[in-house]
Every structure is written in C-alpha cells, then in structure tokens.
Design a protein. Structure first.
Length: 157
C-alpha cells in the first residue's frame, strides 16, 4: 500500500474512503446542491429542506453509525452480497440504502460504495437489484487497493 492513499477522514479508529466514481460523485453532487441551497434559501427553510436533511443524515451515518460498529448484524447482507454491508433507516429517509464494504486487515478501513434509491421490492430499479448487478459485474474489486485507487499527489497539493 502506498503512503499516498488518502482517507476522506478517520472515525472511531476506522479510515473512511468513498468509492471515487460512485459514492464520491454522489456525495460531491449532494454537497454542491446543499451549498447552493445555503446561498438561496432563508435559514429556516434551508434547515428543513429534504436535500439538506438527506445530506446531514448521510454524514451522521458515515461518521458515527457505521464507524461505531461496521460489522454489526443490523448492517449485514446475505447471499451474493455477504461481503457488503448496508445502512437503512437510522436517520436516512425510508427508501434509501447506503452500501459499504469493510476491510479489517492490514488496516481498519470502510469504503462507502453507493447510495441506493429507491427501495421498492420487486422493481427492476430497486436499489438491491441494482447493487447486486454491480457486484456481479465486478464493479467493486475485492481488494482495498483496487477498490480505492491510490491518489497521485503532486508537490502542489
């Protein structure tokens, strides 16, 4: 592992990474929308806006809920998804699921993979169906090194 691997942050002793193409993009887009709303809306309206509440719930979920015990049975998936976890409820709107992968050797790392929506059992766009297809297609490599590519740093950074 390179010295240039950069965690988004560390929480409860776990290095937290965002999947660069999937969740990293989702989180940045959500952050940008929240920032834009901050500039446009009055404070009271901003605080109650659904997008702002979603962003806050995701942030709390990652920083405290998942990292406090990422292998908790409440996060466990089965079958083809048994190597993955997902957070549901715990502050997230009811039809959202936050999927992640835990690596505990040689270091303690959690990779937040994808925010899935909607959850509608039996529908072909159900987030579990979509996530299962991503797993089957090899979207998520099995090693941390492949899943979260090393960051090329320059002296300017």
């Amino acid at each position: 592992m390179s010295l240039y691997r950069i965690a988004k942050f560390v929480s409860n002793g776990w290095e937290i990474y965002f999947h660069p193409q999937l969740f990293g993009t989702q989180y940045q887009e959500l952050f940008d929308r929240v920032s834009s709303l901050r500039e446009k809306l009055p404070e009271a309206e901003y605080k109650t806006h659904a997008t702002v509440k979603l962003f806050a719930a995701i942030t709390v979920a990652i920083e405290t809920k998942i990292s406090s015990d990422p292998k908790a049975s409440s996060f466990t998936l089965t079958g083809a998804l048994k190597r993955y976890g997902r957070l549901k409820k715990m502050g997230l709107p009811s039809r959202y699921r936050l999927f992640f992968r835990v690596f505990d050797t040689p270091l303690k790392a959690i990779v937040i993979l994808w925010l899935g929506f909607p959850r509608k059992e039996g529908a072909k766009d159900d987030c579990y169906e979509v996530f299962t297809k991503m797993v089957e297609q090899g979207t998520f490599p099995n090693s941390l090194d492949e899943l979260v590519p090393e960051t090329d740093m320059t002296e300017d950074e």
